[in-house]
Write a protein of this length. Structure first.
Length: 200
């Protein structure tokens, strides 16, 4: 799956480079609501934990034809894992860098300063944690699909989106961590995103 994402992004970048596209830079920031789905195969159960987070980073828009565009950039995000019984994780920050490549369409309205848009596509990234044990079980490679919609008001973009992680966020082989027994598990990470962008 990792190769498929890299191949897809490479082909899209090559396609963009062959088009006389107009590039516009901006910055995006917003709040995320992360959902980590933990599959505990050892006992045949699953668990979902929700934590807030933030995302911030530069964005780049390539204007194509017929109101189509490509959106890329680098998003830096931070989330705080939920504490579980017997193990305080409140100070263990999980950080990530995501590089999206979304195909979008702009829907103009009568007012030239106002338009709607929708975009979707893959993203790849890298995760790490401030906690040494978490780094042992976390999968540093991230990949997934995202979709979002929003409104353009002059140079501002207000948007709402969803990112679905397709790779395992972590993989725990089970066993004891100190006096605490950790179940064998894998997890995937998804998130809702509410943000604002400014285009220079």
């Amino acid at each position: 799956m990792r190769k498929i994402f890299f191949i897809a992004i490479t082909l899209l970048v090559m396609n963009v480079s062959s088009i006389n596209a107009q590039a516009v830079w901006g910055v995006r920031m917003g709040l995320s609501y992360f959902t980590e789905t933990i599959d505990m195969s050892e006992i045949g159960m699953s668990y979902k934990g929700n934590v807030p987070g933030i995302e911030l980073g530069p964005v780049l828009y390539y204007s194509l034809q017929n109101n189509l565009y490509l959106n890329s950039g680098i998003m830096v995000g931070v989330l705080i894992p939920e504490s579980i019984e017997g193990l305080d994780r409140s100070e263990d920050l999980t950080c990530f860098f995501d590089m999206p490549l979304y195909l979008g369409v702009k829907i103009p309205v009568a007012n030239s300063n106002l338009s709607f848009y929708g975009q979707a596509g893959p993203f790849v990234g890298y995760s790490f944690s401030t906690d040494s044990y978490t780094n042992e079980i976390i999968n540093p490679f991230r990949a997934g699909l995202a979709a979002m919609a929003g409104i353009n008001i002059k140079k501002f973009k207000f948007e709402f989106g969803y990112k679905a992680g397709l790779t395992n966020q972590s993989s725990n082989e089970g066993g004891y961590l100190g006096d605490t027994y950790m179940l064998k598990s894998t997890s995937k990470l998804s998130s809702l995103f509410l943000g604002i962008s400014y285009v220079f």
